[in-house]
Ligand binder design. Structure first.
Ligand code: NAI
Ligand code: MG
Length: 483
């Protein structure tokens, strides 16, 4: 549904769903085959745009987890760890190419199941996921060059647990480097967004990858916990909430399991008075309204230099008028559906808290569809550093705006958070960019842009945003024993 704002009404342009095939009910992908869950329990995957059931998904229990890990262990010892690296690489290339061939199907499934605008799943998520496989396929037979004069060996079986904000992209971030380094995998997608990972399982099956090298099992947090606690898992890779990250870290303490945790964020987007303002406003919009704000590195705290704050806020409000909120499958849509009812409730709770704290709210004056889970782009001014909405991760299209006068002040404010995932700096001055990038405690700092990703550049956090890096050369070492 297009925005009600008369100036910006477009005719709907819906992406077709005719070319996709989905099963009514999904089993688990273990040892190269689709097998029934021992639990015999299923849950529903809901389309957040219309609240309709898309498919039923298996809820894997402990026995299923045991089976999947056993399959991964067998594949590791008997096949994958013995295979010449260049042969391993060929399989990863094949997966990448098959994903590319089926990219339209993957994009539509992602938008249906996760609520993200088709423009994003089509132009960002799927191409980046393919590129991740291509990138790591290239490394498979060059690991000796990546780590010269070191002895390298794979870790074994990797348990990988991913969230719902970038379902297929996170699956690619996890699976591709694990395979390139000679590990085998048990992956669990998030309960609200399993479908693209299950489609990836079909692709993996078509690729002829040896049985058991990648196993994809579905379920809730209990399934994830069973993977984490299984004694025969050598490595845990997790992306999700800081709360669950802490639970995982506690449960593997004292074991030899290696871990990478990519957790929450409350990233600062900083605009100086010499910045190109129209570009910066686009960067603000991209930083927080992109993917409904379901982005761990979302630029959710805006800092504007005092002299230009009124102008920036005016421009931002004007830009918000033209954002189209609605059906994720509509090619005009800028802001799609919130991933789940639970997440919408969390976001609305924070909006209430913000108002109660005395902050001034402004929301896009768009009409929201009557069905589905939607939240209009929202900004809060008149907030304090101590406000709950400034301190806590909201994970929705909600931005807080503060002002600053000096460089030191903004560094201090930007770093005043338990998180440290990303930051953005907008200025015409190169020296200022270099100064800030060294002083901001954030894993990624973008300059005059925001939310740009590339498989060759490492990604990860400081402090409560987690540890370990994914992507690039750093992403390889997370799956290797180096001596
Ligand atoms: P979550 O952290 O509970 O879920 C992420 C994944 O972990 C899912 O696959 C889930 O099934 C699994 N999981 C849950 N409990 C587990 C456990 N004890 N052991 C192992 N795996 C477990 O995130 P949730 O509840 O969906 O979202 C809550 C909040 O977390 C959001 O509002 C947002 O603030 C934050 N979040 C941050 C993400 C990020 O990328 N940094 C991604 C998703 C959520
Ligand atoms: Mg949860």
């Amino acid at each position: 549904m297009a925005s009600k704002n008369k100036n910006w009404e477009y005719a709907p342009s819906l992406e077709s769903t005719e070319h996709i095939t989905l099963k009514k009910r999904y089993d688990l992908f273990i040892n190269g085959k689709w097998v029934k869950s021992a639990s015999n329990k299923y849950f529903k995957s809901i389309n957040p745009n219309d609240e309709k059931v898309i498919a039923e998904i298996s809820h894997a229990n402990q026995r299923d987890v045991n089976r999947a890990i056993e399959a991964a262990r067998n594949a590791y010892t008997k096949v994958w760890s013995k295979m010449p690296a260049n042969e391993r690489g060929k399989y990863i290339y094949r997966i990448a190419r098959l994903m590319q061939e089926r990219s339209r199907e993957l994009a539509v499934i992602e938008s249906l199941d996760a609520g993200k605008p088709i423009r994003e799943s089509r132009d960002i998520d799927i191409p980046l996921a393919c590129n991740h496989f291509f990138y790591y396929a290239g490394w498979a037979d060059k690991l000796d060059y990546a780590f010269p004069n070191r002895q390298i060996s794979p870790l074994g079986v990797a348990g990988q647990i991913i969230p719902w904000n970038f379902p297929i992209l996170m699956a690619a971030w996890k699976i591709a480097p694990a395979l390139a380094t000679g590990n085998t995998v048990v992956l669990k997608p998030a309960e609200t967004t399993s479908l693209s990972a299950l489609k990836l399982a079909e692709i993996i099956q078509d690729s002829g990858l040896p049985e058991g090298v990648v196993n994809i099992i579905t379920g809730y947090g209990d399934t994830g916990a069973a993977i984490v606690n299984h004694p025969d898992v050598n490595k845990i890779a997790f992306t999700g909430s800081t709360g669950v990250g802490k639970i995982i870290q506690k449960s593997i303490a004292g074991s030899e399991k290696k871990a990478t945790l990519e957790l929450g964020g409350k990233s600062a987007n900083i605009i100086f008075d010499d910045a190109p303002l129209d570009q910066a406003v686009e960067g603000i919009v991209n930083g927080i309204f992109f993917n409904q704000g379901h982005v761990c590195c979302a630029g959710s705290r805006l800092f504007v230099q005092e002299g230009i704050s009124e102008k920036v806020i005016r421009k931002l409000k004007h830009r918000m008028k033209s954002l189209v909120v609605g059906n994720p499958l509509d090619k005009n849509t800028d802001v799609g559906a919130i991933n789940s009812k639970e997440q919408l409730d969390i976001i609305n709770k924070y909006i209430k808290i913000g108002k109660k704290e005395g902050a001034e709210i402004h929301q896009s004056a768009c009409s929201l569809p009557s069905k589905g889970y939607f939240c209009p782009p929202t900004i809060f001014t008149n907030v304090a550093q101590s406000s709950v909405i400034v301190q806590e991760e909201i994970f929705g299209p909600v931005l807080t705006i503060q002002t600053f006068r000096t460089v030191d002040e903004v560094i201090q404010k930007a770093n005043n958070t338990p998180y440290g995932l990303a930051a953005g700096v907008w200025t015409d001055k190169g020296s200022r960019i270099f100064n800030l990038t060294t002083k901001l405690k954030a894993g990624v700092v973008w300059a005059n842009t925001y939310n740009k990703f590339d498989p060759s550049s490492p990604f990860g956090g400081y402090k409560e945003s987690g540890f370990g890096r994914e992507g690039g050369l750093h992403g390889l070492s997370a799956y290797l024993k180096l001596t």
